[in-house]
Design a protein. Structure first.
Lengths: 249, 249
DNA sequence: GATACGAACTGGTTGAACCAGTTGTCAAGC
DNA sequence: GCTTGACAACTGGTTCAACCAGTTCGTATC
């Protein structure tokens, strides 16, 4: 009788996932995959709550999240309309978009176009860090770099990703710019989310060690150009790797 | 008896503003102004709904918005905790932060630090537009530039702001890059929100006409460097204006 | 002293009722 | 015939009261 011990009614949901999480993910997928087009009206809250066997209040929470992600817009009395996320979206959509996208060519184009903004943000971080980093920031950067070298020796993709993330966080700290940090957060999060959803991309990242060393040395010597060049070199290589990986498929 | 015709109970709210809008704005202000510190626990949903004389469900919607704005995090069974928005925030907070911030020096620093990322994004947009703009994009850019000239002649700050926005939107369209558009959206929105909340900043923006003309001509001639230089010049002047305006206060 | 239980929190979910905008229908009036 | 206006019948917004489900911590038990 274990099978009947499930909730009276309800959506399938992974552990740690709430009901509105599950509904949100499902509707997200239907919009990002193109099953729902911009301008389409979603069924009414009452219909959706019947379809998903969830209460209307719970369903409204899912709709709120879609609204905040700019995937839909709601108007009192009129209903919920699917928006053109390509036009109105933000980087928070990136990971989910790459997962649910049905057009392989577009997916590849988006991945390639992501690298340039990432590089530019990192360059800005390096420039600001060279002007503003404190001794404590240098320590954190050096520690992150060391952790990165060790992670790369371990060959464990998850550890490498964590180390890269730590390095970038230290760099963001060292730049001491609220707007830049706020601009960088969604992008770094998108990359993190992306590597989590599509771990196959990880091996394409070139060696991190030479990069962190170069940036750190440049910053220490006060040689901004050298530091920026080191960062740029890493990402140019990453760009090329990705290009050649996407070229055949 | 008109005064008693208000809702039975309820928060004061402007017309067109929903109840959770009002609660959200209030809590937002308390967090951004520093009245609530990172790590603090919010009162429980039941307490808050009593305080605000709103139902628990309505209050939950406000909390959801705070959560999505990364101002708080909620955990089942534990409560709602104020997060360190300076670390975890995004550009969506910018307008509200500048409005509610209590530290004038920090506010000025944030404004100044905003200009550089904005310039860099616009430079990237120009570079991509030079590679990818279609004839239709050129038409839209030219139309936006013309509208900008007219708006500047009218001396109406609101119209000038709208024209700048239209120009930037056309530039984003012309760049044909989903990630860059998604990165630019929150920033453009932040600037829009900012000018709305603090209209006094508007007059500091230098003439827009020379800028749009320079960029457009550069793009048409295929001279990327000239186009980028024109954009950069505009924003360097804007930067200087803002610096000198903030220097005395 | 370690462990297990349970009360008293917390947020998550439910469903029914009602309030409040929006839209289209259809009859009354011109 | 055309306009006008009231009224259904939608839609989302809000409220309420109850219950489900994690978390914490004190206390009774072994």
């Amino acid at each position: 009788m274990a099978a009947t011990r499930r909730k009276r009614k309800g959506v399938e949901r992974s552990p740690g996932q709430t009901t509105h999480d599950a509904v949100y993910e499902a509707l997200l997928g239907r919009i990002l995959s193109g099953a729902l087009h911009p301008g389409d009206r979603l069924p009414s809250e009452r219909e959706l709550s019947a379809t998903w066997k969830a209460s209307r209040n719970t369903l409204r929470e899912a709709i709120r999240r879609l609204e905040h992600a700019r995937l839909v817009s709601t108007r009192h009395g009129q209903g919920v309309t699917v928006q053109d996320f390509r036009r109105t979206g933000t980087l928070e959509l990136l990971g989910a978009f790459l997962q649910y996208a049905t057009d392989d060519a577009e997916r590849a184009a988006v991945l390639l176009d992501l690298l340039e903004p990432r590089l530019h943000i990192i360059e800005q971080l390096v420039v600001l860090a060279s002007r503003r980093a404190t001794p404590a920031d240098f320590e954190a950067l050096a520690a992150a770099a060391a952790a990165g070298e060790e992670a790369e020796r371990s060959q464990d993709p998850a550890r490498v990703a964590a180390a890269q993330d730590r390095w970038l966080q230290a760099l963001v700290d060292a730049a001491h710019s609220l707007p830049l940090r706020w601009a960088a957060n969604p992008l770094l999060e998108a990359v993190r989310d992306l590597l989590e959803r599509l771990p196959l991309l990880m091996p394409l990242e070139p060696s991190f060690t030479a990069y962190t060393r170069g940036v750190l040395e440049g910053l220490r010597r006060g040689d901004v150009d050298a530091a920026v060049a080191a960062a740029r070199h890493f990402h140019v290589v990453a760009d090329q790797n990705l290009r050649s990986a996407l070229a055949p498929g």
